[in-house]
Design a binder for this molecule. Structure first.
Ligand code: ASP
Length: 460
């Protein structure tokens, strides 16, 4: 069985929905379709995603307004889709009535009222698509994640999947009709609607693929491939046809946004491949994300970069001889609620890399006080406005000289690197630098590992 997930841009209007339905019907192995809310239409400029309109209703409500204009826009959008699919008006009006009712019930103290409203974009897509498939004479069924038992909970600011979810959804593998499943939300043990973070339909697709032991998870989007570098940094970056889960995880962690970074976890255990494909160009090879790559054609698979990091640097003579010092430092960070990314250490120094938004000035002050009072760390410097530039590739592990080539390439451009982190598994190398060096560093590394790659002795 193949589980397909279609993103909002592939469902933005009736003609796109028809295209997506043909894709589903083309291959009898495609039995489950997970759908997002209608996204941006290319024909309407400027346009808004239905989820953004729903979020706007929430904001309006918090400001004491009724969000009438947003509701009107959604109602119009759903009606247009229904009309374009030659469905009766009734279904779109019913959905709009539900949205009106949920908007009235919004309560800022109760997150579930917000999530129930936000889920309506996906519910609407799924209901309209089911009705269309049925009208066309196909066997199709809407399955609501809340009834099917996609159990989620909210913990420490993140939506987590509860283990019983997989068992609850497993029977869907027996289906002989097309299942249309709205993405992005599930239900808590208390029976409340709960959403993932934005883009969360990718996670729903991955959960279903794992639950029904799918052969493949097809993630349909509006791009041909994952590219080796964000096109904003390198124009015409090389397309990637195959990458490993590990590579995707590393790249997604700082900036590669083609698939939600939490979507890998459910399929990871069972090793189900993910195939990223373009709805507008199904003939394009797309990008396969697989458990183990058998053929590594390049040392570096991708280069990711991200701004807004900072380092907290601590120095004290003989710090490395003190057993437990790292744990005490990290405990202070944890108690102040600061999420730590990297911890490079020296003989007499420890640096902690965090995102800048984790360290507003008042937290920095509290941190300095505690480090000084509790651990005698008086020499603490904080360097802000750092960027991370990261080389990712399964080939790094087995190649000698990657670090030398990378640093030489950057040195040629007079780029000063503040810190380097290479983990034991050697699948990524992280360079920290001042933010204004980022673009030049990415260009230098791209030239070194992609453009000049075939000339390098290691590849001959
Ligand atoms: N509709 C939601 C969003 O716009 C979820 C998704 O599309 O995956 O973020």
């Amino acid at each position: 069985m193949i589980v397909c997930k279609f993103g909002g841009s592939s469902l933005s209007d009736a003609s796109k929905i028809k295209q997506v339905c043909s894709l589903m019907l083309e291959n009898p192995e495609r039995k489950i379709m997970v759908v997002s809310a209608p996204g941006i239409r290319q024909s309407v400029v400027p346009d808004r995603k239905v989820t953004d309109l729903l979020l706007s209703i929430v904001k309006e409500s918090e400001a004491g307004r009724d969000g009438l204009e947003d509701r009107r826009l959604i109602a119009q959008r759903l009606q247009d889709i229904a009309l374009g699919l030659s469905l009766s008006d009734a279904i779109a009006s019913e959905l709009s009535t539900d949205i009106d009712r949920l908007a009235m019930q919004l309560d800022p103290q109760d997150r579930s009222t917000r999530d129930a409203l936000l889920a309506m974009g996906e519910v609407a897509s799924a209901r309209l698509i089911t009705a269309y498939l049925q009208k066309e004479g196909h066997r199709a069924r809407y399955v609501d994640p809340r009834e099917a038992g996609l159990m989620l909970t909210y913990r420490a600011g993140v939506t987590e999947i509860l283990p019983e979810t997989y068992e609850n959804l497993a029977p869907l593998s027996l289906t002989d009709e097309i299942i249309v499943f709205p993405g992005f939300f599930g239900v808590t043990p208390e029976g409340d609607t709960i959403t993932f973070s934005r883009g969360g339909s990718d996670i729903t697709g991955a959960i279903l693929a794992a639950a029904v032991h799918a052969r493949l998870y097809e993630n349909w989007t509006d791009r041909d491939n994952v590219l080796a570098v964000n096109p904003e940094l390198i124009e015409d970056a090389a397309p990637l046809t195959e990458i490993s889960y590990r590579e995707m995880r590393e790249l997604a962690y700082i900036g590669f946004s083609i698939i939600h970074h939490e979507a890998l976890e459910p399929v990871l255990k069972s090793g189900i491949p993910i195939h990223i494909r373009n709805t507008n160009k199904p003939s394009s090879p797309g990008t396969r994300i697989i458990a183990e790559r058998t053929h590594i054609d390049r040392i570096v698979t991708g280069i990711a970069a991200s701004d807004n990091f900072c380092s907290v640097n601590m120095r004290r003579i003989l710090i490395n001889q003190e057993i437990g010092i790292l744990s005490r430092i990290l405990t202070i960070f944890a108690e102040l609620g600061i999420n730590v990314h990297h911890v490079p250490t020296g003989i007499d120094s420890v640096s902690i890399i965090v995102r800048e938004d984790q360290l507003p000035l008042e937290i920095e002050l509290a941190l300095r006080q505690r480090l000084s009072r509790e651990l005698n760390l008086h020499q603490v410097t904080v360097v802000r406005q750092l960027s991370i530039v990261m080389l990712v590739g399964e080939g790094i592990r087995d190649t000698v000289g990657v670090m030398a080539r990378a640093t030489t390439a950057m040195a040629r451009e007079k780029i000063s690197v503040e810190m380097v982190v290479l983990d034991y598994f050697e699948i990524s190398v992280v360079f920290l630098m001042r933010h204004y060096e980022k673009q030049r560093a990415v260009s230098a590394l791209y030239r070194e590992f992609f453009e000049n790659e075939s000339e390098h002795p290691a590849n001959k």
